[in-house]
Design a protein around this ligand. Structure first.
Ligand SMILES: NC(=O)c1ccc[n+]([C@@H]2O[C@H](COP(=O)([O-])OP(=O)(O)OC[C@H]3O[C@@H](n4cnc5c(N)ncnc54)[C@H](O)[C@@H]3O)[C@@H](O)[C@H]2O)c1
Length: 461
């Protein structure tokens, strides 16, 4: 039976979930604190860039299965199921900041008008769902399993493929405690049941840790291949052939073996730090993942350093075209994007930067000067210096060719398809210099050299 669903927080996860759950036939109300987000969404325009999201959004609004509001109290009171998809950003010490989650738990307790299932989609450390349960029970006076139930349903969507991932997930993980909650969740996800999506039913703690284990493993794979790429480069081997051959081994799989400037985004950096912090809390050795975090930080510095070396030393007074600002292709998300550190480093060293990204420019503006929780952790002095340098020497361009105009060097930081077929004849005409550092290995090295460029990629000669 279709359910009345509230989704609290309409960011990447909350918006895609709202749209997807409505498309399954449920009546969904998305709640966000930000009135600008709510207004934009109600007008049928997505607030994030994801392929296909606009048509799903419009279709479900028109069918009157989906709308958005800032009124959390009434929406929660009317809902059978409350999905929680607010942010869990990192604190200084690496632990996840759970203040948004706990605030929502209190709001749910205050509006618990009848039995409801509370479903946590946000990525939360082990023990958080139990804490949510405790807050709701204490503040509402209701008993878990009777007055309400808590379910842990971590989200695995990939930005850039979020809509596709929602409708065709590899698995649905559900941590639960009582049969009534299980029946509610079976109803919600019936459409996925019917297409034989694997469902993992487990306890709350297992569900919470599955998410961290998965992200920590993927981050490890990326850091592993980046370090192998650096070794391949130093020894004259080719990382693509190595990665391809490794991937032919069914135990390894070819996924996540693409070398680059280091992982970024809103998940891997914060989730690896959070799981390491959880290990410390429980006195469990998480040295492997701690080294992954350090290795990934170094990879960003190594990337900036390679570009500077390729340019023959200091880039002061030179112009660098930076293509790609988002942390990966097909998204406008720049949180913890390697491009932030690379552009900051170039500005610090006195270069002029001509930057372009097909979707991420607006988000990048504030991130590069260190504003907001994902702004690169700059202290206030450094932030001021970067802001000053950015005002003078950071130019946002209308397209890739505009960015190349007058550039001494080019660095490709994000693997957008449009950069794969970059017209190098036109680039040569526009650029004053002939240096290309392809930090994503999207160009053909031979072709670039034939066109007269000094070309370097990652882990290949
Ligand atoms: N982005 C991803 O690819 C991804 C993937 C899997 C899991 N996750 C996890 O999902 C969670 C959300 O991530 P996101 O990227 O969607 O975050 P986000 O920052 O894009 O969105 C969070 C939204 O919640 C809103 N919000 C905060 N407190 C609120 C409240 N009390 N009431 C209503 N709205 C409130 C904010 O205004 C914001 O719009 C995080 O825990 C994240 O780790 C994210």
């Amino acid at each position: 039976m279709a359910k009345n669903i509230a989704v609290i927080g309409t960011g990447y996860v909350g918006l895609v979930s709202s749209v997807g759950l409505a498309d399954f036939g449920n009546i969904v109300t998305g709640v966000d604190l930000r009135a600008d987000i709510v207004d934009t969404l109600n007008s049928g325009r997505p607030t994030i860039y994801e392929i296909g999201l606009d048509s799903y959004l419009q279709r479900n609004i028109e069918a009157e299965r989906l709308h958005f509001t800032t009124n959390g109290d009434d929406t929660i009171a009317a809902a059978d199921i409350v999905f929680v998809a607010v942010g869990t950003p990192p604190k200084e010490d690496g632990h996840a900041d759970l203040s948004q989650i706990e605030g929502v738990a209190r709001q749910i307790a205050a509006n618990l008008t009848g039995y409801k299932v509370i479903v946590t989609k946000s990525t939360v450390p082990v023990g958080t769902n139990r804490r949510i349960q405790q807050i709701i029970a204490t503040e509402s006076g209701q008993t878990p399993g009777r007055g309400f139930s808590v379910v842990s349903n971590p989200e695995f969507l990939r930005e850039g493929k979020a809509v596709q991932d929602f409708f065709h997930p590899d698995r649905i993980v559900l941590g639960y405690e009582d049969e009534r909650a299980r029946e509610y969740m079976e109803d919600v996800y019936r459409a996925l049941y019917l297409i034989q999506t694997p469902f993992v039913w487990c306890n709350l703690e297992t569900a919470e840790l599955i998410k961290y284990a998965s992200n920590a493993f993927l981050a490890t794979k990326i850091t592993f291949i980046n370090q192998m790429a650096n070794l391949a480069e130093a020894t004259g081997a080719d990382i693509h052939t190595i990665a391809k051959s490794m991937g032919m081994d069914g135990r390894i799989s070819p996924k996540f073996l693409h070398p680059g400037p280091g992982y970024g985004g809103s998940c891997f950096p914060k989730d690896t730090k959070a799981v390491a912090a959880t290990g410390d809390e429980y006195g469990v050795d998480m040295s492997l993942i701690k080294e992954v975090i350090r290795g990934n930080d170094r990879q960003k510095t190594i990337t900036a350093g390679k570009l500077v070396k390729l340019m023959g030393g200091s880039p002061a007074g030179k112009t660098v075209a930076v293509l790609g600002l988002a942390f990966k292709a097909e998204t406008d998300d720049v949180r913890e994007s390697p491009a932030i550190e690379i552009v900051q480093e170039l500005l610090r060293e006195g270069a002029t930067v001509r930057a372009f990204d097909p979707e991420g420019i607006e988000n990048f503006r504030s991130a590069v000067i260190g504003e907001g929780p994902f702004g690169g952790g700059l202290n206030s002095d450094l932030r001021e210096k970067i802001a000053e340098a950015a005002a003078e020497r950071l130019h946002y361009c209308t397209d890739e060719f505009n960015a190349l105009d007058g550039a001494d060097a080019l660095i490709i930081v994000t693997e957008w398809n449009v950069f794969r077929n970059l017209d190098l004849d036109r680039a040569a005409l526009l650029m004053t210099g002939r240096v290309i550092f392809d930090a994503r290995n999207v160009l053909d090295p031979e072709h670039a050299r034939e066109k007269g460029f000094t070309y370097a990629g990652v882990g290949r000669v």
